[in-house]
Write a protein that binds this ligand. Structure first.
Ligand code: ADP
Ligand code: MG
Length: 255
């Protein structure tokens, strides 16, 4: 059995048309078997602001103190995860909602980052691929919130791009597809069709690639370096065509 890891960002998950298209395409995928990893961007920011907390990012990564972790976990493992599962089950998929904590799916250590202390942000160390394969063999579609478990028993916030590459590596997935709100990695107003490591780092250094696209591109590169044959960054239209067997968006390649 082959698997494909699909990662969806948080930006579009409050857009019912996007969710409908996304869920319909995902529920139709049979071979390779999909595993979904999701973010929760916009909704986390809304709830943080309602609670008087200010979202702060370093290179696209959310600085997470204990209070913010509570919010992030509530949104990701609660409302967003269950909303996606509800839609997928309604569309006929045997979707099961989990977080990286459940079954110890994603074990992490506190991330160290050159730009400073990110707080309770985890770096993926191990993935319980056996448990995921068990679910896939039972015909289930795992829907994974990236909140994960530290070896210290603490839960950590993990960037969903980082979680998705960890899971793709752990499963030995055939592909990692990152679905976001842009048609691919853009430069000069156009989608880059093939992006290698050296060009990516140059575009990050000159600011062409910024914000949330930084961890996304680096995660895609890491997936390819770890042997995942295909890593793509695309939007909903690109995902629909991927699910239908043809590829658009940015293909991230090893070199
Ligand atoms: P997601 O929720 O899918 O992870 P992010 O907001 O984290 O989405 O990352 C996608 C965003 O990255 C885009 O909406 C865009 O604003 C930003 N971005 C920065 N640089 C680029 C680039 N060169 N090409 C495309 N998007 C970029
Ligand atoms: Mg992001």
């Amino acid at each position: 059995m082959d698997s494909v890891v699909v990662k969806v960002g948080g930006n579009e998950l409050d857009d019912s048309q996007f969710v409908q298209r996304f869920v319909a395409a995902l529920a139709r995928m049979r071979d390779p078997r999909p595993v979904l990893v999701h973010g929760g961007g916009k909704e986390i920011a809304v709830l943080q602001k309602q609670l008087g907390l200010q979202p702060v990012f370093v290179e696209g990564l959310r600085i997470t103190d204990a209070e913010s972790l509570g919010v992030v976990e509530m949104v990701l493992s609660g409302s967003v995860n269950k909303r996606l599962v509800a839609k997928l089950v309604s569309a006929g998929a045997s979707a099961i909602g989990l977080s990286g904590v459940d079954l110890g799916l994603i074990r992490v250590e506190k991330m160290t980052h050159p730009a400073g202390d990110l707080g309770l942000v985890g770096a993926v160390r191990e993935v319980n691929a056996r448990a995921l394969w068990g679910l896939l063999e039972m015909g289930m579609l795992p829907v994974i919130s990236p909140i994960s478990l530290g070896y210290d028993g603490q839960t950590y916030n993990v960037n969903a791009d980082h979680a998705s590459v960890g899971i793709a590596r752990g499963l030995g997935a055939r592909a990692l597809v990152m679905v976001t709100n842009v048609p691919g990695v853009m430069a000069g107003g156009r989608v880059i069709e093939r992006l290698g490591a050296a060009e990516a780092e140059a575009l990050i250094a000159d600011g062409t690639i910024s914000g949330g696209m930084v961890p996304k591109v680096r995660s895609a590169l890491e997936a390819v370096a770890a042997g995942v044959p295909v890593a793509r960054i695309t939007d909903i239209a690109g995902f629909e065509s991927f699910a239908a067997g043809c590829a658009i968006g940015t293909a991230v390649v090893g070199s």
